[in-house]
Structure formats: C-alpha cells, structure tokens
Design a binder for this molecule. Structure first.
Ligand SMILES: N[C@@H](CCC(=O)N[C@@H](CS)C(=O)NCC(=O)O)C(=O)O
Length: 220
C-alpha cells in the first residue's frame, strides 16, 4: 500500500496512525502541496487534489474517513471500531465532531503560527468558544475506559487524538478537562503518535513552500 501524505496534515496523519496501529505494510509518499498536488498524475488519483490518498494494489481511496473505513473492512485486526451500538456511536461522534467542529475552529487559532495572517479578535474568541464546547462534549463521552467507547484504541483516537494535542500549540489548554488530559497523555506515549509527530522544521518548511506556491498561484 502507498499513503500519499504531508507530515503536518492532520487529515493524513489519522490514516498514518491507523496504518501503524494495524501493523500494516505501507510506503509513505510525501506530497508538498506546493504544486505537486496539481500534477496530472496526482490529479488522476484524486481529482480534488487533496491528501491523503491511499493506493492499495489497483484500488485508490480518497477522503481520510473513507480510507479508515476501507482499512477496517479489509484489515479488521486489530479492530478499531466497536461493535456495540452505543460505543460505535461514540466513536463516530468523536470522529465527525473533530472534523466538522474542532478542525474549522483550529484554523483561525493556528493562522498566525502558520504565517497566514492574524485573524480578528472576535474570530479568535468565537473559535475558542467552539473548542470549549467540543472539549466539554468529549469530556462527557469519556467514561472509566481508557479510550472513547472502548478498552482498546479506535478511530476516535486516530482522528481526535491527532488534533486535540495541537490545542496546546495554539495556546489553548486542556487543563480544565482531566479525562481529556489523561487521554492525551496516554496517546502521546504510544510509538505510533511519536513516530508521526511533525517537527517545528516540518512546519516551517511546509509554511514557506505553501506560501510561495499560493503567491505564484494567485499571480498566475
Ligand atoms: N475531507 C478531506 C480533506 C483533505 C484535505 O483538505 N487535505 C488538505 C491538506 S490537510 C489538502 O490536500 N489540501 C490541498 C488542496 O486543497 O489543494 C479528507 O478528510 O481527506
């Protein structure tokens, strides 16, 4: 299998972590998103020119959540989706709230660090309020088990667990959420999280390449 990805992308990191946690053989292909994603070969794989893309033999999958479901169906061990109806609903809620609520809130919060400009104070305040709502919701979903709806790692961790720890990096603390804090510590200790953690250098290199690409793209 081949995973086309970018190290700093949470969309692709969730798949990378799942491949590692499922102990699958795969090759990483780095896409810089500096124009390489608009090359005909890449667009032929994903007409929306986004990473991640998974190629498994002659089959290509785009959209990170679709890739995760494909991996679970094709490589079911170790399982990463609970069978119990309520537990499955918890995992799915965590996945979708991360993608639909938390992800968009992180965008204005990380904008300055990414060199994309300083958002309006009101936009920042609104994003922080949204993050608080998400964290309160997540804190309520965690019970006495170590993971969301499960005693073993699930896709809730692959998806939310690669985004929530970034909050401290954008100046939002999870101190007021003891279960979330302990859950983050548990994840950050795992080899799959450590192996996929992007560095400050990855971030700087990405931001500068992307900036140059966008300037050229807008000028053309
Ligand atoms: N819904 C998609 C989102 C993927 C996505 O937006 N990827 C970004 C990087 S994090 C990308 O490839 N952007 C390049 C572009 O939009 O041209 C998924 O979950 O896979």
């Amino acid at each position: 299998m081949k995973l086309y990805h970018t190290p700093i992308s949470t969309n692709s990191r969730r798949v990378w972590v799942a491949l590692l946690e499922k102990n699958l053989d795969f090759e990483l292909v780095e896409i810089h998103l500096d124009g390489d994603h608009l090359e005909p070969e890449f667009v032929a794989m994903n007409p929306f020119h986004r990473i991640p893309v998974l190629v498994d033999g002659d089959f290509t999958v785009v959209e990170s959540l679709a890739i995760l479901d494909y991996l679970e169906a094709k490589y079911p061990e170790p399982t990463m989706l609970p069978k119990d109806a309520k537990d499955l609903a918890i995992v799915k809620m965590v996945q979708l709230v991360t993608v639909n609520e938390l992800g968009p809130a992180l965008y204005p919060l990380s904008s300055e660090k990414m060199g994309w400009g300083i958002p309006e104070a009101q936009e920042i305040a609104k994003a922080k309020e949204k993050v608080d709502t998400v964290l309160t919701f997540f804190e309520g979903l965690l019970d006495d088990r170590p993971f969301f709806g499960s005693n073993t790692l699930t896709y809730a961790e692959c998806v939310a667990g690669t985004v929530v720890p970034l909050l401290s990096w954008v100046g939002v603390s999870v101190d007021g959420y003891p279960k979330i804090q302990a859950w983050c510590d548990r994840l950050l200790a795992r080899p799959s999280w450590q192996q996929t953690q992007f560095t400050q250098a990855d971030l700087a290199a990405f931001a500068s390449r992307r900036q140059k690409f966008l300037e050229q793209f807008q000028a053309s």
